[in-house]
Write a protein that binds this ligand. Structure first.
Ligand SMILES: [Zn+2]
Ligand SMILES: [Zn+2]
Length: 412
């Protein structure tokens, strides 16, 4: 049951967000024009810090392995502690759009919408600060650096312990694949985990005419490439997804010279820890087999980075029900989306804290086939910023109450 008190706080919050939509858009345009790469977001972090200057709130900076910022908003009423995450790094992409607020930093672009995430979160945070006397629980705003580049910022922020008191964590992502007003969710394992690996095969170089006096690492490498194709087809449970890709094989040399060594680099994706384990074991085993079979030396570097993203089923169901019952004209449709082979370091938060990460449709108006995230012509419908902010506002206001906290002082 909702108390009248909650309704009034929520209505106030939603109305304030609507009034401040233009401000979200202006902030997003400023950030879009001034993108910075992962781990180099000094000016962006300064911009965020400045935004909170003079506001009655606790701001902690330089959290984790970069420019992470945690803003703690203590509500005047009891409740849970909730984390809201917005990332703020950009990508090494030369922007190819014609927008008037195009990137001023050559070769760097906000091509994943993190400018929009930060813009709506700043305005939402400010509204929450202004209304905090009536707010239940504590909100920790997680302004996260370096989502795009492993090891990412999330892992180090979690390890700092600053989020140990969170009861739940939420994040959103702008997705031009859906129209504005559509929100996409998925329960359980939703985005792939990822591993980088490098294999250096050391043979013995020599004259191309005399392979018997050398030991050819190209042949060994070619066997390795072929052999690992059997991992997904023969070793992985057929109902699980897995990807093993060799993206680089430095076989280039001279036609009549046998090389001393070759280097291969690959990308592995999986949807759960069990698949990760199977693929990792098999790649190691096949590399050992190549050593035995060809008498070469194999140096395997195997670095899992972002784990698979797990959206807590109970939390996700709760969020879906809140959004479905929101009766908000800006939230038109809630859809279940398929698993994604992409990776996202929000997964580090939900490894420790129950939470969910959902997508906000932002397909530019009048566009049939939008350019998707990480494309040099990536663009969003800025109306999706308000949708993002309102959806999170609904979640923040209802989440505490849905957990059955007593409201003793409800008044009309
Ligand atoms: Zn991205
Ligand atoms: Zn992203």
């Amino acid at each position: 049951m909702q108390s009248t008190e909650t309704i009034s706080l929520k209505q106030m919050l939603l109305a304030t967000l609507e009034n401040r939509e233009e401000e979200m858009i202006q902030i997003r345009r400023y950030l879009h024009a001034h993108p910075e790469l992962s781990f180099q977001e000094m000016e962006t972090a300064r911009f965020i810090e400045k935004f909170y200057e003079g506001k009655d709130v606790d701001v902690q900076t330089n959290i984790g392995n970069g420019f992470g910022i945690i803003v703690t908003i203590k509500g005047g009423k009891p409740g849970k502690t909730i984390g809201l995450r917005a990332d703020f790094d950009a990508l090494p992409i030369e922007e190819a759009t014609d927008v008037p607020f195009k990137s001023k930093n050559p070769g760097v672009m906000h091509a994943c919408g993190h400018d929009g995430h930060t813009a709506y979160m700043l305005v939402l945070a400010d509204c929450l600060i202004q209304l905090k006397e009536d707010l239940h629980g504590t909100i920790k705003i997680i302004h996260q650096h370096a989502e795009e580049t492993p090891p990412g910022g999330a892992k180090s922020i979690v390890e700092s312990g600053i989020l140990d008191d969170l009861d739940a964590v939420f994040g959103t992502h702008l997705m031009p694949a859906f129209p504005t007003g559509v929100i996409g969710y998925r329960s359980g394992f939703s985005m792939a985990g990822r591993t980088y690996f490098k294999l250096v095969i050391k043979g013995k170089g020599g004259h191309g005419s005399s392979p018997h006096q050398s030991n050819d690492p190209i042949v060994a490498g070619a066997y390795f490439v072929t052999a690992i194709q059997t991992i997904v087809s023969r070793r992985l449970n057929p109902f699980e997804m897995g990807v093993v890709t060799i993206g680089s094989f430095d076989g280039k040399g001279s036609f009549n010279v046998i090389k001393d060594s070759v280097e291969l680099e690959g990308d592995v994706r999986y949807m759960n820890e069990e698949s990760q384990k199977v693929i990792a074991e098999e790649i190691h085993r096949i590399a050992q087999g190549i050593e035995l079979e060809f008498g070469v030396g194999c140096e395997l570097t195997y670095i899992p980075d972002y784990p698979p993203l797990y959206n807590d089923p109970a939390v996700t169901a709760n969020v879906v029900s809140i959004l479905e019952q929101a009766n908000d004209p800006h939230i038109q449709e809630i859809i279940e989306i398929p698993v994604s082979p992409a990776s996202e370091d929000f997964s580090y938060y939900t490894e420790k804290i129950p939470g969910t990460f959902y997508n906000i449709g932002c397909k530019p108006k009048g566009v049939d086939k939008p350019y998707l995230n990480h494309h040099p012509k990536f663009d969003i419908d800025e109306a999706a910023l308000l949708v993002s902010a309102k959806s999170v506002a609904h979640v923040v206001c209802e989440y505490n109450h849905n957990e059955g906290l007593p409201v003793s002082d409800a008044s009309g």
